[in-house]
Design a protein around this ligand. Structure first.
Ligand code: NAI
Length: 336
């Protein structure tokens, strides 16, 4: 039976429960660690064959060098995105990296719809009002989603799923992706240039990966081209959006609603209970003051099905590597 010793970083109880269940019959030795992986905590993986990491773990070259020097051979990500990994450095160091693609596109797509409906109908405000005995409707006016134009940036696994849901609402869905999907075209989605998408959409949802090319895809220039009152949803990665530019857009009214599940500087905040400490991020604090901004703390993936699939694929990645077989979900550096 295969058995690898695995340092599991950023472990929460729900991670350990799902990984233990998936590991039954595989017999890997899981070392559960609460801290995030950083240059300071990399030494905790000493004596392990593999490291298991999540979205806010640091997998830059300095950390990878320390891991490789201590004998780690494999990095298994409990995520689909791998923008936090220096894949070129990993390749150079002989470290194999594997991820969990498409573990539940429904989880993320459905969360987007949740943000859209809540923002549009001000459900977050209505919830508090009714609890306070305030039944006034003033300020809660929404709009019909039916007939609105929704722009989907990136029609990969999640974007396609989201597009289907919005088609179901009777929206006109437009999309931009260097690799258009026939499945999307088949459901009536029209591909347009990204500039056109930003100019014509009432709701824009980001589903492309974070790369040097997509960093600050939504910047001040782009905000200026968007429809007045546009709704912007980002459940992909924080750095797709220049937050200061969007704050200016919210102040001027150009951005009418903002729904975020990710934030550029989330690494020091998200997934932790910080309710007892003073928030030091002034940009994030400013975002929290707007009534038309709804932020969730990177929870779009967080469904029972997704956690089960993440754990199952992670353990399969470990076992496949240990058997010396080719890893289907291996992450390799881009060509060139
Ligand atoms: P995917 O790899 O299936 O699809 C990404 C799509 O984006 C591809 O079709 C690709 O061609 C397209 N793309 C690349 N560059 C583009 C550009 N410049 N403009 C437009 N499209 C572009 O990825 P998947 O599984 O759909 O995930 C998308 C992103 O969602 C991930 O990269 C990850 O960052 C994020 N995510 C967030 C989660 C959360 O809990 N908030 C959970 C899972 C993923």
């Amino acid at each position: 039976m295969s058995c690898m010793r695995v340092a599991v970083y950023s472990t929460k109880r729900y991670d350990a429960e799902h990984l233990d269940a998936a590991n039954e019959g595989h017999g890997h030795s899981m070392v559960y660690l609460e801290p995030r992986l950083t240059p300071d905590t990399a030494s905790l993986a000493a004596g392990c064959d593999a490291v298991c990491a999540f979205v806010n773990d640091d997998l830059g070259a300095p950390v990878l060098e320390r891991l490789a020097a201590s004998g780690v051979r494999l990095v298994v990500l409990r995520s689909a995105g791998y923008n936090h990994v220096d894949v070129v450095a990993a390749e150079r160091l002989g470290l194999v990296v594997a991820r969990v693609p498409g573990y539940s596109p429904h989880a993320v797509a459905e969360h987007c719809v949740g943000l859209i409906l809540a923002l549009n109908r001000r459900i977050h405000r209505a919830y508090n009002r009714v609890r306070e005995g305030n039944f006034s409707l003033q300020g809660l006016l929404g709009f019909d989603l039916h007939g609105r134009t929704v722009g989907v940036v990136g029609t990969g696994t999640i974007g396609r799923c989201f597009a289907r849901l919005m088609v179901g609402f009777g929206c006109e869905v437009v999309a931009s992706d260097p690799l258009p999907s026939e499945e999307c075209r088949g459901m009536g989605v029209r591909y347009v240039d990204v500039e056109e998408l930003f100019a014509m959409s009432d709701i824009i949802s980001l589903h492309c990966p974070l790369t040097p090319e997509t960093h600050h895809l939504v910047d001040a220039e782009r905000v200026a081209t968007m429809r007045p009152g546009v709704m912007l949803i980002n459940t992909s990665r924080g750095a797709l959006v220049d937050t200061s530019a969007v704050i200016d857009g919210l102040k001027s009214g150009r951005v009418g609603h903002l729904g975020l599940d990710v934030y550029e500087e989330e690494a020091d905040m998200f997934f932790e209970d910080l309710s007892d400490v003073v928030l030091r991020d002034d940009v994030f604090s400013r975002l929290l003051t707007f009534p038309n901004v709804l932020i969730t703390g990177h929870q779009a993936f967080f469904t029972e099905e997704a956690l089960t699939n993440i754990a199952t694929t992670t353990v399969e990645n470990l076992s496949t590597y240990e058997r010396g077989e080719a890893l289907e979900h291996r992450v390799v550096p881009p060509p060139g």
